[in-house]
Design a protein around this ligand. Structure first.
Ligand SMILES: [Mg+2]
Length: 278
C-alpha cells in the first residue's frame, strides 16, 4: 500500500496554500475543486493560509469564488491575521505603528488593535524627533511604503519599540517576476537599527498556535500543504505537523534533493491527494 495513503488518513484539517497550490495566478489548477469535494465527502476540514499581508482576505474570497470555490471569512487566514491574533493574545492594548496597506490597517483596526498615529504634517526627513513612540512596530507587506514610514519605523525601533513583521518572505512572485516583500524591508531596518525582527506567518510556531486558537482544532489533526519548501512545508515539518509538498508550483524534486527541509510526502497536485484520500 502507498505509505502516503496511511499518512493522509490521519490528516483531518488541511492548511492550504493558495498560489501554486490551489491556483496558478488567475487559473485554477485542474483537480483543485475535486480535492475540496473529497474533503467534504470524507468529513475533513480546511483553512486557506497565505503569508501575503498586503491584501484583504475578502480579495481572496472573491478570487476563489470566481473559480467555483466558495468559502467563508472563517476559512481563510493571512499572516496579518496571525499577527493580529498574537497581539490580541499577548500584547493586549499596546499601541502599534503599522507599516501596511490600507487593507491591512483596516484589518488591524477592525480586530481591535490600537494603531499609533504619528500625525506628521509636511514631513521633512530628519526634522522629527521621537517624542512619543509606539509599544510595537509591525512591518507588513506594504505596497504603499514611503521613506517617511521606513524612517519612522526605524527611529521608533532604535528608541526601543518592539520590532515585529507579519512574515519573512523576501520576494513575492507575480506574473511579471518577483517584487520586493517584507523580509527585504526588514533587512533595511535591521541594518539601520541593529535590531532583528520577530517574524510571524509561515513557517513560525506562532502561526500554528494562532491557527489552532482560530479553528479550535487539535495539532495532531493538522497538515500543511503547499508548493514552497521553506514556508509551507517547513511550517509543518519544523513544528511536528505533516508538511505535504505539491509539485504544481514553485518547488521541484530537484529542490527537494538540495533542501534541508524534507516533506513528509510529495504529490503532483491536490488532485493526487484527493485520489489517495478516497
Ligand atoms: Mg504558494
Amino acid at each position: 500500500m502507498d505509505p502516503r495513503r496511511e499518512l493522509l488518513q490521519k490528516c483531518q484539517y488541511f492548511i492550504l496554500d493558495m498560489d501554486g497550490t490551489f491556483y496558478l495566478g488567475d487559473d485554477i489548477i485542474p483537480g483543485s475543486l475535486e480535492f475540496m469535494d473529497t474533503l467534504k465527502k470524507t468529513g475533513r476540514e480546511f483553512l486557506f493560509f497565505t503569508n501575503n499581508s498586503s491584501k484583504s482576505p475578502e480579495v481572496y474570497i472573491q478570487k476563489l469564488a470566481k473559480m467555483g470555490c466558495n468559502i467563508t471569512r472563517e476559512q481563510i487566514m493571512t499572516s496579518g491575521d496571525v499577527t493580529i491574533a498574537y497581539l490580541n493574545t499577548y500584547f493586549k492594548n499596546k499601541s502599534v505603528y503599522l507599516v501596511g496597506t490600507p487593507a491591512l490597517e483596516k484589518s488591524f483596526h477592525d480586530q481591535g488593535i490600537i494603531l499609533f498615529n504619528d500625525n506628521i504634517e509636511n514631513y521633512v526627513p530628519g526634522n522629527h524627533p521621537v517624542e512619543r513612540k509606539p509599544d510595537i512596530v509591525v512591518i507588513g507587506f506594504d505596497t504603499t511604503l514611503t521613506y517617511q514610514k521606513l524612517e519612522r519605523a526605524s527611529s521608533y525601533i532604535r528608541s526601543g519599540s518592539l520590532f515585529f513583521a507579519t512574515h519573512l518572505d523576501i520576494n513575492c512572485p507575480t506574473a511579471n517576476g518577483f517584487i520586493i516583500d517584507v523580509g527585504a524591508f526588514c533587512a533595511a531596518i535591521q541594518l539601520s537599527t541593529g535590531v532583528a525582527p520577530r517574524y510571524f506567518g509561515k513557517p513560525y510556531p506562532e502561526t500554528i498556535e494562532m491557527i489552532l486558537a482560530h479553528t479550535k482544532g487539535r495539532k495532531d489533526e493538522l497538515a500543511f500543504v503547499g508548493d514552497r519548501l521553506y514556508t509551507d512545508v517547513a511550517t509543518g515539518v519544523q513544528n511536528g505537523v505533516p508538511g505535504l509538498l505539491v509539485l504544481s508550483g514553485e518547488a521541484t524534486l530537484e529542490d527537494v534533493e538540495k533542501s534541508k527541509i524534507k516533506p513528509d510526502a510529495i504529490f503532483a497536485n491536490l488532485k493526487e491527494i484527493a485520489d489517495l484520500l478516497e
